[in-house]
Structures are given as structure tokens and as C-alpha cells.
Design a protein around this ligand. Sequence first.
Ligand code: 26W
Length: 818
Amino acid sequence: IFELMDGFLKNDPTSLQNDILHHVEYTVARSRFSFDDFEAYQALAHSVRDRLIERWHDTQMHFKRKDPKRIYFLSLEFLMGRSLSNSVINLGIRDQFADALSQLGFELEVLAEQEGDAALGNGGLARLSACQMDSLATLDYPAVGYDYANQYGLFRQVILDGFQHEHLDFWLNFGNPWEIERVHVTYPVKFYGTVTDELLNEENGKVWVPKRTVEAVAYDNPIPGYGTRNTINLRLWAAKPSDQHNMESYNTGDYINAVVERQRAENISSILYPDDRSYQGKELRLKQQYFFVSASVQDIIRRFKDAHSTFDDFPEKVALHLNDTHPSLAIAEVMRVLVDEEHLGWNRAWNIICNVFTFTTHTVSPEGLEKIPVDLLGSLLPRHLQIIYDINFKFVEELKKRIGLDYNRLARMSIVEEGAVKSIQMANLSILCSHTVNGVSRVHSKLLTTKLFKDFYELWPEKFQYKTNGVTQRRWIVVSNPSLCALISKWLGTEDWIRDIDHLIGLREHAANGELHQEWKMVKKVNKIRLAEYIEAMSGLKVSLDAMFDVQTKRIHEYKRQLLNILGIIHRYDCIKNMDKNDRIKVVPRVCIIGGKAAPGYETAKKIIKLCHAVAEKINNDSDIGDLLKLVFIPDYNVSVAELVIPGADISQHLSTAGHEASGTGSMKFLMNGCLLLATVDGSTVEIIEEIGEDNMFLFGAKVHEVSALREKGPALKVPLQFSRVVRMVRDGYFGFKDYFKSLCDNIEGGQDYYLLGADFTSYLEAQAAADKAYVDQERWTEMSILSTAGSGRFSSDRTVEEYAQKTWGIQPCRCPF
Ligand code: 26W
């Protein structure tokens, strides 16, 4: 046994080659003498997977033996991206695999490109979950992530004639070597039906007689930590038809309908809602939420009961995290199980609930808060609706005692919202039932406690915390920017920063070192070449490496103000056109890169994408402009495209109107990669300023506290002539599609400019001019770039997760000893 402590699999080149060839022959079923890149990738992935499984088993065994308090991270979205490179790096066997492959005539980097992205999420929230899983594994925390297994990830963005089209992402069509199907880990998930009126007794709960059942089957995705054997689990639930119920149709001879009915069950886990702002009260969405929540809760309770005999220990062993309100039905579900199935009695169950749930909100606006129509919930989950009503009744009674009969405030705080459509305010439920409520940056937290959730804050100030978001340096430097990774390790004299980000600050003392400058610039150049090649392959456009690569990549939203960027580009174009030769020599050439998906139903965002293409068409084909200005839209922005784009950027733009970006995590990835930030003072930027100093950034725009006064001015708000001029160019059809773009222009003129593009335009142009000026002095620029990376340590998700562990979840590391 002891000889096997390190596992069966050896990592010397011969063993690795044997493993790969073995998988070519027996898993991929191709001849080991003849296989292509994709088949080689599959075989390689299976060899890596074997190693993951070994560590996963060891970790789970260890957790089982030690029985630590676990964190169960419930999230409807995880944007994991690709797994291969990340896995071999975290397992510490990247170089060994690269060597083994090269002897077989393959290149690791080339094979890595064969992998599709796991895009089970929309944007910021989803990638944050992925970064946090990496940190949880690396820091040895006993964590499990839960979600449902969507068959199609986020849609694939295809651009035709400058318009966005949404295509299905068949990411599972070629199999997924990174998941392990657990045919025996299944739970029934029930829907619809009725609740019997007859009480078992006051304390023992009620009887729900559901009408439909689907089966949830577990798919496990091992998440390896870096520099540790710990490998944690992301468990995804796929919906399968159940054998237990739905027999009625068969029995009545309606065979065809019975089969169709069964297929309908699988639809629950087929698709991801591609909207990251609004919830429309769709039944399928609610089914998805309950489906994954119910299966996860059954799994958690089963694991708990395996080791414990009384539920009074539950809060000592279980932390249940609600990543936004999307999984908040878990509250009603745990309550239902404890009261109706475990017969604990309401008060005992309630006490447990209040000690296990924690909640993070990622939203700033009241419109972003999820509301579920009562009718919808009552028909799909009648017992849960009752439980929520009961929770609310007791809450409101208690509230009246505390705050008196302030009916407006009572209505705002009530979980049940009376209105045109009576609905459940999921955020209120989550706040009430969680012992800790988190914002995702300091500014966000301030907005929560002074505006969005002020009423709750005044009642329970101690519940409210914030954890500034972070991103994992393993994915965003080590995987995506190997040259920078090597350079950092060389200058710090250690690789420790990969596990302990605090070391990164050590770069500061070398920030003025000329030798480092040379090497730093070389790394940036390598990454710019990589990006330029991608742009050329994708669009045919050749871009100059001497130009400043200026990037804005993120979901397309009015509040993120890609339109401000485009108007700025039009202004730049207009200025260059009106310059004489002497002035043109002084212009800093730019390659402006924009990328991101618009929600399929978000008309304005789609128009912004089209405008970007229309402007690009004009500028890029203007031979008079040449390399002085280029505009590129990168289609289908996702995690793997980000890995290519971010290291190649000189500067990146974060333009949200102050007070609208809860945190923003893209900026942190750029910062780590030594890109300078051009940004508003919003979300996490406020804290980035504190780390690297405003002299090393280009800041602009109205501050959070100035925004509402500016808005109130309405049509009286003065906008600069330059702004009116560029909007006029769009209005007049300078870029074509005059009628189509009219509404975009109407949205930002005549007192309608909610996101304050006009008000911020002058200071935006000033910040851009400052960036141009700084770029001319390449030594100063490089120093700023080094200082950006050096100061990015606070924005590692390792720090975020550490704070959550200590201040919110109350969990301890549990490190696998061998
Ligand atoms: C119900 C529809 C829905 C779906 C998703 C509403 C809201 C969401 C998310 C909360 C949107 C989101 O991704 N928010 C982003 O979360 C990031 C991680 O905390 C922050 O960095 C971003 O500022 C925030 O917009």
C-alpha cells in the first residue's frame, strides 16, 4: 500500500508516452501508429484525467476521514474554459508531458488548441466562480461546486455583415474527457402536484404529492489545486427521464407521447439563459434552478447523514453558499427536507437554516434583482411557495415589532411583493436567511448598505460584509502568459508567487531596472505577435506591432459604454483626417480591439456591435489613415480567446458609468499581465488605484457621488461640441445604416443620456491623450506596466477565497498528506 501512496501512474517520459498511446489505441480507438492532432489531444486528455482521478480519490478519501466543515458553492454559472493546460500546470507535470509529446512528434500547445471551451456561464459572475474553484483547490479547502450540466454552453457568436448571430455551441458533441459520469449517483427531483392539507401534526410538516419526477445524474469535474495533491469536485447534474414516475401514459397506451414526455425531461439541462442582467420569470429557468438545487441538497444531506446522527451538527459541517440569488430556492428546499422529511419541527429547522447559508450578490441595480412570480412558483413547487409564505409571515410579524407599522418599509422588505404580478423577491429571502451577505467590492458594498439593501442593513448591520473579487494567477498568468510567468519567476528568484501571490510585490524594486525593461518589452512583443497573428487569421487584417494595442473586451452593455469607446475612435479618426503631414507624424498609432457578446434579445447592445463593424469598415479601408488607426472586433469572446487577447494588450478600457459595475474582474486580469488601465473610478478600480497609484493609470469620468446630480440636469446638461460632432457623423450616415443607428444616437442625446456618455466625453478624451503621451516614453510606460503587475497581488482570488473562508464560511484547510 505504501508503495502506492503516490498513485499508480508514473510521470517519466516513457510512462507518459505509454499512457498516451494506450489511450489512442483503447480509449480513442485509433491505431497507435496513425492518429491526428485531435485524437492525440483526446488521448492526452485521458492520460491527464487518469492522474486527476487518482488525486481526486485521495482527496475525497482524506476529506471523508477528517470530516472537516465543507463549503458547498452553489452557482448557476461556471465559465471553466479549457482544462488541459490548466490541469497539467496545476498537477506540476506540464514539462514532462510536453517532452513526452514532442518525442511522439506533437506539440502540447498545438494539442491544447483542439479543446473547446466549457462555457457554462455568461460573464463576470461565471468566470469568478471558476477562479474561486481554482483557489479553493489550491488553498486546500474542502469545497464542492454544484451546478447543472448544460448541454449547450453560452451561444457561439457569429458575425455576418457586422451583425451578431447566435449559434448553438455543440461543445459536448466530441465528448468531454474532463468529466466523469456517475451513473449511480442519481437523485429524483420532483415538480408540480399538490400539498395535502392534512397536517401530520403542527411540527411534523406537510405532505407534498408531486406530479413529475426527473432523475438528476452526477457528472464530476475534478479541479486540481496547484502545488498540492488536493483535487476538488465540481459536480454537475444532468437531467434524465425517471423510471419511477410518469408511467401513466405508458399504462394508458399512449406510447408515443410517453416517449416525447421523457425527452422533455432532458430539456431541463439543455440550455443556459444567455442574459446576464434580467430575469424574465420563465418556467424553464425556474426548473433549472430547482433541479440543480434539489439534487445538490439531497447530495449534501446524504453525505452529512453518512457521518452524523443529529442535524444539530449540520452548521458545524456545512456552509452553503448562494452565488447570487439564482440558487436561493435551496433555502426553501433545505427547510422542506428538514421539516417535512426529517421531521425536525419548524423552529429547529429554521435555526439550522440561519446558520448555514451565506450569500453574495453581484448586482447593483434594483432591476437586476430576481423576482419569481407567485403563480409560477406555486404551480411548479407548491410546497416551497408555502414555506416561503410561512417564512415571510413570521418575518413580517417580527419586523413589525422591531420597526413598527412603517408600511412602506415593510413592503420593501417583505419577501412577497404585492404588485401587478405578485412575486417572490429572492434577494430579500436570501438576505433574511443568510448569516452573511457579501458585496463584491468596497464601492459595491457601500451601494448595498446605503441604497439597494439599506432597510436590511439598518436592521442587521453585522450581516453585511464585502469581499473584493479576485482572479486566479494560475489561469491568467501561468497558463495564458508563459513568457511573463518565466520572467516574473526569474526576477523574483522563485516560483512561490504562483501559490502565494504576496511575493509579486517584489517586482516593484526592479521597476526601474533597464535590463528588466528590455525583457519585459520582449515578452509584451511576443504576446502582441501572437495576438496580431490571430487577428490576421480571423479577419485578414494586418496590424502594426508598433501600434498601441488598446482592448475593451467584456459583455456588451450600455452601462459598460462600448459606445463611448467607439465614439472616441470616431473622434480620433476625424482628428487624424484633419491633420496635416507634420502633425500626423506625432500620432501614436493604435489598434483598437473590441470584443464581447450581446444578449440575444438586447437590441441596443446588438446595434453597438454593428456600429463597431461599420466604423471599422470605414477606418480600416481608408488608405489615407494606414497604420495610424485600426479597429478590430474579435468575435465569440470567451475564456480561451481572453487568454490570447489579455497578454497582448498594452492598455485596456473599463468605462462603466460610475456606480454601475459591481466589481469588474477583467481589469484584474489585464493588470496582472502588465496592461495599463484606462478606467472610470468604479467597482474594483477604486481599490486598484490604492494598490498601484493613480499616476500609473489613466482615470476619467464622473465619480459615483456625482452621477445622480448630472442625470438630474437632463437636457440642461452641457455636452462638448466634439461629442455632438461625432454623434452627428453617425446620425448623418457617415458609416451607413443611418436609420438603424438612429435609436443609438437618440439614446445619448437630448437629455436621454442615462449613462452620461456626453458628460464624460471630454475627460475621456483627456485620458486617451494622456495615454498617448505616456506611450511615447517607452521606458516610463514599461515601468508603469511592471508596477501594474507588481501591484496586482491583492486581486488574486486566493485572497478573496481566504477572506471568505475566515470571515464568512468558517472553514479550515484540509490538506491531503501524500
Ligand atoms: C437573473 C439574471 C441574472 C443573471 C446573471 C442577473 C444577474 C446576473 C449576474 C449577477 C451578472 C454578473 O455577472 N454580474 C457581474 O459579476 C461580476 C462578479 O462579481 C462582477 O465583477 C461584475 O461587476 C458584475 O456585473
